[in-house]
Design a protein around this ligand. Structure first.
Ligand code: RFL
Ligand code: PHB
Length: 398
C-alpha cells in the first residue's frame, strides 16, 4: 500500500469510532486515512462492549457493515435486575413501544469494519508511532508520525481524534481551551470470558451486599461475566475458581444453580470512571468517542455514544463537502454533548444504584445499601420508574 501524504480527513485511531467514521465517509466519496498505533490483532484482542442500541445498529447498516450482525447478533427485548435474592424483569420492548438492543461484541463490530475497509482498499496505517497533531487551529492541519522507523507527514482538511481516552488528540489541545469533568469510582470490574452457555437468555444486573455482578454473553456458547472488585486487586490474584464462587454468591439461587462454569479465555480488570471534555471541537480537530468522554460500563453506553458522535461528525463533514455548509461543523460539539451528558447521567445513576460503595461516600455503607434496596423495590413495582430506565437503556434518539 502506498501511504498517502494528503487526505481530506485524517482519522487518528482504528477503534470502532475511527473505523465507522471511515466507512461512512467512504460511502460519500470523502477520502480518509486512518493512523493506528497498534496492530490489527491487538485492536481485536481487546474484549469490551457487548450491547448495541438500535440507532447504532442502523448506523452500521448505513455504513454497509451489518450483514453478519443481523445473522449472528442476539436481539434482546429485556433484562433482569437481581436484588434481595430475586430477579425482576425490565421489559424493554413493552416499555419503549417496540425497541430492543442487540448483543454483538465490540470485537465483532471492529472485525466487520476492518474487513470492509480492507475489501475497499482504503488506507489504514497500523503501528503508526509518535503521532502528533499540528495546525488544527488554522486552515492546513498536519499529522506527523513515525512508521517503520521513518518520519512521515499527512496533511489534511480536518482531523478526527478517535484515539480513545489515552490518545494523542485530546492531549494536543492546550489545557486552557478544555474543561474536563471527571469522577473516578472507588472500585473496578473484573471480567471473565468463557466458552460456556450463558446462565440465562437475557442479561442479569445484580446488586448484592458483596458488590455488583453482571451476567452477559457474546453468543449461545460464549459468556461474559463481571464482578465488582477492589481497585487494589490484581488479575493474577483471581483464580477461575475464586471468580466463579464470587459470581455465584452474588446471584439469586436459581441463577446460581444454573451457572455453567469453565476455564476463562480472557480475564481483565477495568477501572470505572465518568469523564466529559468540553468542547469536542477545536478549529479543524474533532474529538469523538472515548477520546472525548468515558462512561462507567454499567449502562452499556460507551460504544453507543461513540457511534452517535460519529453520526454527527460524518453528517457535518458530508454537509461541508457536498453542500458547502459548515452548519454541522459549528454545531458538532453542542449536538454531541447534549446526548453525552444524558448518557453520562444514566450511566452514573445505574452505577450508583447497583454497586457497593465505601462508607465514606454519600451512597455508601449500610445506609447507602438500604437506600439502594428501597429504590430497587420501587423500580420493581413502578411502571413509571421502569419506563424511565428502559427508555435510557435502549438509547435516546439522535
Ligand atoms: P477505543 O476503542 O479506545 O479505540 C481507540 C483507538 O485509538 C488507538 N490509539 C492511537 N492511535 C494512534 N495514535 C495514538 N496516539 C493512539 N492512542 C490510541 C487505540 O490503539 C485504539 O485502537 O475508542 P473508540 O473507538 O472511541 O471506542 C469506544 C469504545 O471502545 C468504548 O466506549 C466501549 O468499549 C465501552 N464499553 C461499552 N460500551 C457500550 O456501548 N456497551 C457495552 O456493553 C460496553 N461494555 C465497555 C464495556 C468498556 C469496557 N472497558 C474495558 C472499559 C465493558 C468494558 C469492560
Ligand atoms: C458486556 O457484555 O461486556 C456488557 C454488557 C452490558 C453492560 C456492560 C458490558 O452493561
Amino acid at each position: 500500500m502506498v501511504i498517502p501524504s494528503h487526505t481530506q480527513v485524517a482519522i487518528i485511531g482504528a477503534g470502532p469510532s475511527g473505523l465507522l467514521l471511515g466507512s461512512l465517509l467512504a460511502r460519500e466519496g470523502i477520502d480518509a486515512v486512518i493512523l493506528e498505533q497498534r496492530t490489527p490483532d491487538y485492536v481485536l484482542g481487546r474484549i469490551r462492549a457487548g450491547v448495541l442500541e438500535q440507532t447504532t445498529v442502523e448506523l452500521l447498516e448505513r455504513a454497509g457493515v451489518a450483514d453478519r450482525l443481523h445473522r449472528e447478533g442476539l436481539p434482546h427485548e429485556g433484562f433482569d435486575l437481581c436484588f434481595g435474592g430475586a430477579r425482576h424483569r425490565i421489559d424493554l420492548k413493552r416499555l419503549t413501544r417496540g425497541k430492543q438492543v442487540v448483543v454483538y461484541g465490540q470485537t465483532e463490530v471492529t472485525r466487520d469494519l476492518m474487513d470492509h475497509r480492507q475489501g475497499l482498499g482504503l488506507p489504514t496505517v497500523y503501528e503508526a508511532e509518535q503521532v502528533s497533531l499540528h495546525g488544527f487551529d488554522g486552515t492546513k492541519p498536519v499529522v506527523r508520525y513515525m512508521h517503520q522507523g521513518q518520519p512521515r507527514e499527512l496533511s489534511c482538511d480536518f482531523i478526527a481524534g478517535c484515539d480513545g481516552f489515552h490518545g494523542a488528540s485530546r492531549a494536543s489541545v492546550p489545557a486552557s481551551a478544555l474543561t474536563q469533568h471527571e469522577r473516578v469510582y472507588p472500585f473496578g470490574w473484573l471480567g471473565v470470558l468463557s466458552r460456556t452457555p450463558p446462565v440465562a437468555h437475557e442479561l442479569i444486573y445484580s446488586n448484592h451486599e458483596r458488590g455488583f455482578a453482571l451476567c452477559s454473553m457474546r453468543s449461545h456458547n460464549l459468556s461474559r461475566y463481571y464482578v465488582q472488585c477492589s481497585l487494589q486487586d490484581q488479575v493474577e490474584q483471581w483464580s477461575d475458581e475464586a471468580f466463579w464462587d464470587e459470581l455465584r454468591v452474588r446471584l439469586d439461587p436459581a441463577a446460581a444453580q444454573a451457572l455453567v462454569t469453565g476455564p476463562s479465555i480472557e480475564k481483565s480488570i477495568a477501572p470505572l470512571r465518568s469523564f466529559v471534555t468540553e468542547p469536542m471541537r477545536f478549529g479543524r480537530l474533532f474529538l469523538a468517542g472515548d477520546a472525548a468522554h468515558i462512561v462507567p460500563p454499567t449502562g452499556a453506553k460507551g460504544l453507543n455514544l461513540a457511534a452517535s458522535d460519529v453520526h454527527y461528525l460524518s453528517s457535518a463533514l458530508i454537509e461541508h463537502y457536498r453542500q458547502g455548509s459548515d452548519h454541522g461543523i459549528e454545531h458538532y460539539s453542542a449536538r454531541c454533548l447534549a446526548r453525552v451528558w444524558k448518557a453520562s447521567r444514566f450511566s452514573w445513576w445505574f452505577t450508583s444504584l447497583m454497586h457497593r460503595f465505601p462508607q465514606s461516600e454519600l451512597s455508601g455503607g449500610a445506609m447507602g445499601y438500604r437506600l439502594q434496596q428501597a429504590e430497587l423495590e420501587y423500580l420493581a413495582q413502578s411502571e413509571a420508574a421502569q419506563t424511565v430506565m428502559a427508555e435510557n437503556y435502549v438509547g435516546l434518539p439522535f
